[in-house]
Design a protein around this ligand. Structure first.
Ligand code: SF4
Length: 445
């Protein structure tokens, strides 16, 4: 009988990649993808622990799955990923969700087939919370499409005081360059049009390797390699860049690279030095402003996006005014603004001066208003320009409307009578909005 699996993925792109590896394992074990969890023999919930809300969503989903498991007791339920690595979660599973068959952290990918076998016969929940684990040469079943993601490192050493990632994903481990290169080659051979290099901090790539290689060397090598092998090489993107480790050498490589997208996601988190110190970010606002100047001088027309946290413990009106000021000075292309959410086990969760929810809300609104105005003004500057767009979506309500992204990661909507999904198309920008652009086809490449 056909055995089926279903994987529900929460959180970041790294989790999407891990789910593709889990799917690869399952397919090589003879399983096929199910269209819903109702028909799955193996159901995996791949979780995110960065925000409390994401965790609560998973617990409420487990409540529904409990009923499903009652009607299909032979189904194996696995809780995978970052949440599973948290002690409070483990305790809650042991107390209230005993029906879960397997609980495993993100670093057990290599051990998944053995864990699944064990969970199938075990009388109690099987736990694997070991940080150690290889992640090379694993089977992978990539989602269909033309965009792919490749981790260049796993884990993080930075211990920002608000973040659980170093605790749940373990210390930073760079992948060997030859394995990354092989994977990129494979993707290019399969016709992928855009490859994103992933890491919690791509800029510290290579620091733990014996061979002398850094992120700039890796980027340069991949760019040359892809250009030399094809007339239509895939674009290269990367994320996330930590400001303290972004080097001038990397910026130069991005500036000179032919197929490296001119977009840097550079989370600032706060405009106040006092708070940056409490966050353990390792840079000051002046250092960050200097980086922005360096990027804009080296790569004119590049886009810089950011993440900001409002309501970090101790954030007063003065600190917040400094964040507003920084946003006005940098003029980000886009900013993702989050209210600080305390995560148990992090240093910030125990800091004095927790900010009231209504103040956080007010500050988010204020920052969003400013960013929307800046985003619109920046996008208006693109009206009349021609932008190369990789087409990645078709409107569900109008099959003649498509959506793509510029090299600078701006979203562009445009009409096309012909199906152009996965193509690079030059679009003439005709109208600007705060978070996207509207245009018309100028030339198909
Ligand atoms: S750099 Fe900081 S915010 Fe990013 S994953 Fe590491 S600890 Fe978390």
């Amino acid at each position: 009988m056909l055995k089926r699996y279903y994987i529900a993925t929460y959180g970041c792109q790294m989790n999407v990649y891990d789910s593709e590896v889990l799917a690869g394992h399952l397919e090589s074990m003879g399983y096929h993808a199910a269209s819903s969890e109702d028909e799955a023999d193996v159901l995996i919930i791949n979780t995110c622990a960065v925000r409390k809300k994401a965790e609560e969503k998973v617990f409420s989903r487990l409540g529904t799955i409990r009923e499903l498991k009652k009607s299909r007791p032979q189904m194996i339920v696995a809780l995978w990923g970052c949440m599973a690595q948290r002690e409070t979660v483990v305790q809650r599973i042991k107390r209230r969700f005993k029906f879960v068959d397997l609980v495993s952290g993100p670093n057990a990918l290599e051990r998944f087939p053995a864990l699944l076998e064990k969970a199938a016969t075990a009388k109690e929940t099987v736990f694997d919370l070991d940080h150690a684990g290889g992640k090379e040469s694993l089977p992978i079943k990539r989602a269909e499409g033309f965009k792919a993601w490749i981790p260049i490192s796993h884990g993080c050493n930075n211990y920002c005081s608000y973040c659980v990632v170093p605790y749940v994903r373990g210390p930073e481990i760079s992948r060997l360059p030859e394995n990354i290169i092989n994977e990129v080659d494979e993707l290019a051979n399969c016709g992928f049009k855009e490859i994103t290099l992933l890491g919690q901090n791509v800029n510290s790539y290579g620091k733990d390797l014996k061979q002398k290689i850094d992120f700039a060397d890796l980027l340069l090598h991949l760019d040359h390699r892809l250009i030399n092998r094809s007339d239509n090489p895939p674009r290269i993107r990367f994320m996330t860049s930590h400001p303290k480790d972004l080097s001038e050498k990397s910026v130069r490589v991005i500036a000179e690279g032919r197929n490296i997208c001119e977009h840097i996601h550079l989370p600032i988190q706060s405009g106040s030095d006092e708070l940056l110190k409490k966050m353990n970010r390792g840079y000051t606002r002046d250092y960050y402003l200097g980086l922005v100047d360096m990027i804009r001088e080296a790569i004119p027309g590049s886009s810089i996006t950011t993440d900001l946290i409002v309501g970090f413990p101790g954030e007063n009106e003065e600190d917040f005014a400094l964040t507003i000021d920084l946003m006005a000075k940098v003029r980000f292309d886009a900013a993702f603004i989050f209210a600080y959410s305390p995560r148990q086990g992090t240093r910030a969760a125990g800091m004095p001066g927790q900010v009231a929810a209504k103040i956080k809300k007010k500050r988010i609104v204020q920052l969003n208003e400013l960013q929307n105005r800046i985003g619109l003004e920046k996008n208006q500057g693109l009206v009349g320009s021609i932008q190369e767009v990789l087409v990645e979506g078709q409107s569900k309500t109008n099959k003649n409307m498509f959506t793509g992204r510029t090299r600078t990661n701006k979203i562009v909507h445009f009409p096309s009578a012909a199906d152009c999904l996965g193509e690079f198309i030059d679009i003439r920008i005709e109208e600007a909005r705060g978070w996207n652009l509207i245009g018309a086809i100028d030339r198909r490449n």
